[in-house]
Design a protein around this ligand. Structure first.
Ligand code: DGJ
Length: 739
């Protein structure tokens, strides 16, 4: 049960549930201070020993008694320039050019449940019993500005959601130069920082470094959350493993420019700050206007990284993702992209679809290339009308034929883009993001539509909704294949150009919001050249995302392992593709490709007609398997057991809610001769249940499997099959354990 207690005398707020305590207080200068964040502790009237006043050389003090300096105060939403020299959460420029702020406590309210954040994705509750929210209002008398800090503690999760709102209450203009979502000053620096970094086709690789005094930060200034750095970081103790130890996960529910930062100061306090990247950010607050930051979520775990991830999975899977598909097993799809690229016509698609249907696929997805002029990457984007050369009978006729076949139909869009060679660009050259008098750069021959403008979003909404209304379309793949350059909007005045990046993302959210409301049963899958916008902001609208353009099973081990640190398995699009693989040209066995993709929103990314009869039999078996077990695979409790970043073997598993079934995925990249004995200690089973292992038919208690381990020793013996089919490298197995 979550609760928030206010101790009036000490002016302390204690936010707690069964798992965590979060203690904040009103400091003597009226600002909000941080006392404690971590495992649940007893409530007390006061915690005076936690505020360590002391005189320190070369410190600047606020008052004459020489012991209150913001430099030495752990704070909740700090500002720079009045004795604190660390990076702030907030920076406001006043009309006179000054940048000092002084937000002091005025009042607070505590309410059951969680209020909505207008225009922004955020976690939500389905009943008021699920969470409690504290809103602390602070005021700066000189700036005439109001600051509202929102804290929600969830009933059953070790998680706190935070955001801030700044209102201009005066009659002079203010400029927000920095408005972060979250700040936490932790009392020591003994952490390993984990970030999730990469590039196209190798997204969310786990990278670690030891925190040291100074700033450790990742972020994006590309306009999208990016392949390069995810808006998610972890601070874990040096002794923390997947199974044990403390970890804090920090996640920003946002899809644009972000900054995830830890600053260790001169006295080993670690300041974690999370929010919209302040680089280039300048939001004008005219009299009466308000700015709402995105929401950030912090998860605490004292049960290792798996427990942290499981909290994110539950929270983001059930209280961030929404709608018809949130809890439903995801349809097994076949996407034609790697099968045809742009080179297709209706008969070719029908042939691919028919074979997919024969194998049991449920959803046929037509990717890029179906619209006017789209025969190459340099034309067509923006002209969302069916290409008569490829589809003479239009989208509706194709979609109906697919439906008649017994599958659902899905369609690709890239709503935010246009090619210079398009009717839309010729009609509205001013609709793109570009800076006056400057060269316009492109990415993949495309420009970015100015989604900060309502008329642009309206136009794209009309085009998409017309197509969606005209045909039985059950799924949309929403792609986004380039970042923003020369950021500037022709529709905004000079003193609002620092708002364009954020307004752009608000436009993206607005379009998602309108489409998901108008077509509530359509399954949206987001994509950005693979995983370039795999973030919690988009997850609010699209419950699944194309994890990466890299479909090679070996590469996918790292990508899916890293992604699982924050994101639910049901959200990760994962497909079996052809060999040699299109990205790394590797030949992996068909079963390994499927064994990796099963842990995700499963599908195929190839023309099944190119497979042999034996392979087709195998594919049918895979689809039957997925239909039988997808509930556990996509919605079970997921445990990472052995990391692909640490060795040749990867193991992960999913356990059903009732613990009666579990599926263990075991993957080995390279084979070796005369392999050592090996066992893997499983997790999450019922110690007292007897599980039957499908591979050898033997039975073991849960406590054996979790303590002695599952024996995975692999002995190559005997003679290699004469047909050359012996699989050595890139081997994998699924162990199905049933009680
Ligand atoms: C990038 C995506 O990640 C691919 O899956 C595919 O949809 C292409 N774009 C189409 O252009």
């Amino acid at each position: 049960m979550a609760n928030i207690i206010y101790h009036e005398k000490a002016r302390i707020f204690h936010l707690y549930n069964d798992k965590i305590s979060y203690l904040i207080y009103v400091m003597e200068n009226g600002h909000l201070g941080q006392l404690y964040c971590g495992k649940r502790i007893h409530d007390r009237e006061d915690f005076p020993y936690l505020v360590e006043y002391s005189q320190r050389p070369t410190t600047s003090y606020l008052y004459s008694d020489r012991d209150f300096s913001l430099s030495h105060m752990k704070q909740e939403y700090p500002v720079y320039g009045s004795t604190d020299y660390r990076q702030p959460a907030l920076e406001i420029k006043l009309e006179n050019g000054s940048r000092i702020s002084d937000f002091c406590y005025v009042f607070h309210s505590i309410q059951p449940g969680k209020p909505k954040l207008e225009g922004l994705p955020a976690t939500y509750t389905e009943s008021d019993e699920e969470a409690v929210t504290l809103c602390v209002t602070l005021y700066d008398q000189i700036a005439k500005a109001r600051l509202k800090l929102l804290y929600t503690i969830f009933d059953s999760e070790a998680a706190i959601a935070r955001s801030a709102k700044i209102e201009n209450d005066g009659n002079r203009e203010l400029h927000l130069l920095r408005a972060m979502s979250f700040n936490l000053d932790l009392p020591d620096k003994d952490y390993i920082w984990m970030q999730f970094s990469g590039s196209w086709s190798r997204e969310r690789y786990i990278k670690e470094r030891v925190l040291e005094p100074g700033i450790t930060a990742v972020g994006s200034v590309k306009g999208n959350s990016s392949h390069d750095q995810n808006p998610f970081v972890v601070l874990k103790r040096p002794y923390t493993t997947e199974e044990t130890g403390e970890a804090f996960g920090f996640s920003l529910i946002y899809s644009g420019n972000h900054l995830m930062q830890a600053e260790v100061d001169s006295h080993d306090v670690t300041r974690v700050t999370v929010g919209i990247h302040p680089f280039g950010f300048d939001w004008k607050l005219a009299a009466g206007e308000a700015f709402q930051t995105p929401e950030a979520v912090m998860v605490y775990s004292d049960g290792g990284l798996n427990a942290m991830s499981q909290t994110f999975h539950r929270l983001y899977g059930k209280r961030l993702a929404r709608g018809y598909w949130r809890d439903r097993p995801r349809p097994i799809l076949l996407n034609n992209w790697e099968a045809t690229y742009l080179d297709f016509d209706e008969p070719k698609l029908m042939k691919i679809a028919q074979q997919a249907k024969n194998c049991g696929v449920e959803l046929f997805v037509l990717d890029d290339g179906w619209f006017m002029g789209r025969n190459d990457f340099d034309c067509g984007l923006g002209d969302w009308y069916p290409n008569p050369d490829k589809l003479p009978n239009g989208i509706s006729s194709l979609a109906e034929k697919i439906e008649e076949m017994g599958m659902r139909f899905g369609l690709w869009f890239e709503p935010e883009m246009l090619n210079p060679d398009s009717e839309l660009y010729r009609a509205h050259p001013d609709w793109i993001i570009c800076t006056p008098d400057r060269h316009v750069s492109h990415g993949r021959h495309q420009y970015v539509l100015d989604f900060s403008r309502k008329e642009v979003v309206d136009y794209i909404y009309d085009r998409m909704s017309e197509i969606l209304s005209s045909a039985p379309i059950s799924y949309i793949k929403w792609d986004m294949n380039r970042s923003i350059t020369e950021c500037y909007s022709a529709a905004l005045p000079p003193d609002r150009q620092g708002e364009v990046f954020h307004r752009y993302i608000l436009g993206v959210y607005d379009l998602y919001d309108r489409l998901t409301k108008a077509f509530p049963e359509v399954l949206f899958e987001s994509c950005a050249s693979g995983g370039g916008r795999f973030d919690p902001g988009i997850l609010y609208y699209a419950p699944q995302a194309w994890t990466s353009d890299c479909t090679d099973a070996v590469e996918r081990l790292k990508i899916q392992y890293g992604t699982s640190m924050c994101y639910p398995i049901s959200s990760m699009g994962a497909h079996v593709s052809a060999v040699p693989n299109d990205q790394v040209f590797r030949n992996t066995p068909l079963h390994t490709r499927a064994n990796v993709a099963f842990f995700g929103a499963f599908g195929y990314e190839l023309d099944l007609n190119t497979l042999t009869e034996d392979e087709l039999v195998e594919v049918r078996g895979q689809i039957d398997f997925m239909k039988k077990y997808r509930n556990i695979l996509q919605y079970g409790t997921f445990y990472r057991l052995k990391s692909p970043f640490e060795g040749n073997i990867t193991v992960w598993m999913s356990v059903s809610q009732d613990k009666k079934q579990a599926i263990v995925g075991w993957y080995r990249v390279l084979n070796g001769a005369n392999q050592p004995y090996s066992r893997v200690r499983l997790q999450g089973l019922d110690p007292d249940l007897l599980y039957r292992n499908n591979l050898d038919g033997k039975q073991h208690y849960g406590d054996e499997l979790m303590n002695l381990g599952l024996v995975t020793t692999d002995i190559m013996s005997g003679e290699a099959p004469q047909d050359g089919s012996a699989c050595t490298d890139f081997e994998s197995r699924l162990y199905i354990l049933e009680a």
